[in-house]
Design a protein. Structure first.
Length: 337
């Protein structure tokens, strides 16, 4: 039987709707003895999948407990398979954040991103299928079609805090039951700490008993160089908004580390190139008298110094590479699989 975890943010303005949802949940929750017993260490892979811009990276960061994946309001922000770890009690969760499955543009870049998604969903112990609570469209359906029946899948109905009428959630959950044999339904908000703890508890039941794969204090398998590239790209998207096409990317040209002296922190010297497709995009990134690229660099430096506990010196350049997203060789040269 499919099960649903409790909705955790009551809406005082829609008490009847909340009661309807709770009534439905009560009938579908598992019996108390259904939870798997946990002896010794447990560890497993959990893939986070969904269409672009449903909050997958925000969810990953919340599950890990620290920012390791960039976020922005711009769709197609995540472009790589990013692994984040959280060790809690006897259990180590290894989360895999995937790019949003691309349906709008059939170019070399998007084919690469979709290959990453398809590869991730076939190699894990559990899948978190993330959708916006109360919504389901063709883009969601295309991602759902990738998911087989052999790997247990949770429906994570994210952004519950944005749902104004809770009465709409109960019939929507019933519709979702007909679309896929979900192991459990989790209406939640990735910004709510109690919801995150509840989701971790649910995920724990599906992870096999085996030794941990990583040290207890490790948070990600991605390098500091990768984090630098992603941080520049995040600031780029945040500060250009919808003006800049999503095909812009960042390449790290230099990443050097020098040991600190005495009480001084280590020094990281970074040089990065922002790659755009047109001269007009280049001007947009640079901004009036270089103010925008200067701000991108400053915000990147501040965030990296905090995240990496180091003094950071960063130089940014902008280059035009027309049509790079349609060139498979160049896509690979820029670090995409």
């Amino acid at each position: 039987m499919n099960t649903i975890s409790a909705v955790t943010q009551p809406d005082s303005g829609d008490a009847e709707g909340q009661a309807n949802v709770e009534s439905m949940l009560k009938g579908l929750r598992p019996a108390a003895g259904d939870a798997a017993s946990h002896e010794g260490q447990h560890c497993g892979l959990v893939a986070i999948v969904g269409k672009p811009n449903v909050g997958k990276s925000t969810l990953l960061n919340a599950l890990v407990g620290q920012k390791i994946s960039i976020t922005s309001r711009k769709p197609q922000t995540t472009r790589h398979r990013i692994t984040g770890m959280r060790t809690q009690g006897a259990t180590q969760f290894v989360f895999v954040d995937t790019p949003g499955f691309q349906t709008r543009h059939n170019n070399a870049l998007n084919r690469s991103l979709n290959k990453t998604v398809k590869g991730a969903v076939g190699e894990v112990d559990l899948i978190l299928f993330v959708v916006e609570a109360g919504m389901f469209n063709q883009a969601d359906a295309k991602v759902l079609a990738l998911l087989g029946k052999d790997i247990p899948t949770l429906l994570v109905a994210n952004k519950l805090d944005q749902v104004h009428r809770r009465a709409d959630i109960a019939p929507w959950l019933q519709e979702m039951q007909q679309r896929h044999a979900f192991a459990e339904f989790v209406p939640m908000s990735a910004k709510n700490a109690k919801d995150i703890e509840r989701l971790l508890g649910i995920c724990e039941r599906f992870l096999p008993e085996q030794a941990w794969w990583y040290a207890e204090d490790e948070l990600t398998d991605r390098s500091e160089k990768f984090l630098a590239s992603e941080t520049v790209r995040e600031k780029l998207f945040r500060l250009t908004g919808d003006e800049l096409p999503y095909t812009s990317t960042v390449v790290i040209d230099k990443f050097e580390e020098e040991a600190g002296r005495g009480k001084q922190k280590r020094l990281l010297k970074i040089a990065a190139t922002i790659v755009v497709e047109r001269d007009t995009h280049k001007a947009m990134v640079i901004g009036d008298k270089g103010e925008r690229i200067k701000r991108i660099g400053t915000e990147t430096r501040v965030e990296l110094e905090k995240a990496l506990d180091a003094k950071v010196f960063i130089e940014l350049w902008v280059k035009v590479r027309s049509g790079w997203a349609d060139d498979e060789a160049r896509v690979r040269s820029f670090g995409y699989e």
